[in-house]
Ligand binder design. Structure first.
Ligand SMILES: [Zn+2]
Length: 227
């Protein structure tokens, strides 16, 4: 699962909770940030194999610390607590429901991965592996990614007041994510190494976070230091 995760981030943001979109962008990919870091450190293991599944080259045969169900639950708590400790300093909404939503956003990653991944998601440690394997069916998996993203963006546009310029930017961002997903799913390429792959994850995911940050600056009232 790739851009589908961002559908959840868009869908969770509302005028009511006012959680910054960039925070939700980090949250929905929090497990992959942990994973990419642990693969870089040689702690979790990844093989990149051409044609491993129809829709993905990733053979994540050892990722218990980032992607087991128990780990996902623990990281969701860590993500929620991290937000809780930072929100007042950053002047972001600090309500109990905002903290809970951030935790849910982190956990949503595992649920969506469960649909896409072949049986490589452990329940705990590296055993009892599950995964519905939608990646074995390229078009349906692609359809799900785009469907989730589309519904998420529609909800975001509906539930948040914003100027037309930001609306346009959000739609353009959505189109860019679709193009990136087309490239990821359908363009055949030679597999990168495991380390190159997860470096790409870090770079691209962070780029999307930066875009999400600036998109919400469009047309928002400037904060001044005058008090
Ligand atoms: Zn993942």
């Amino acid at each position: 699962m790739f851009v589908g995760h961002y559908g959840v981030a868009f869908a969770l943001k509302s005028e009511k909770n006012k959680i910054p979109l960039w925070v939700l962008f980090v949250a929905v990919q929090f497990l992959d940030y942990i994973w990419a870091t642990l693969v870089l450190l040689g702690i979790e293991k990844l093989r990149v194999i051409k044609g491993f599944t129809a829709g993905s080259m990733l053979d994540s045969y050892f990722h218990p610390y980032s992607h087991s169900l128990i780990a996902a639950f623990i990281w969701s708590c860590v993500g929620a607590l991290a937000y809780k400790s930072l929100c007042s300093r950053l002047r972001y909404p600090c309500t109990r429901s905002a903290v809970l939503i951030v935790g849910l956003a982190v956990f949503s990653h595992w649920l969506l991965d469960l649909i896409a991944h072949p049986r490589d998601l452990a329940i705990y440690d590296n055993t009892w592996k599950v995964g519905f394997g939608l990646w074995n069916y390229r078009d349906p998996e692609f359809g799900l990614e785009i469907g989730l993203l589309g519904v998420g963006i529609l909800l975001y546009l509906k539930r948040n007041a914003m100027p037309a310029l930001r609306k346009g930017a959000v739609i353009a961002f959505g189109v860019a994510l679709v193009v990136i997903q087309i490239g990821d799913t359908y363009v055949t390429r030679n597999p990168l190494t495991d380390k190159q792959t997860v470096m790409g994850v870090w770079i691209f995911y962070t780029l999307f976070v930066v875009v999400a940050f600036f998109i919400e600056k469009i047309g928002s009232p400037r904060q001044t230091n005058a008090s």
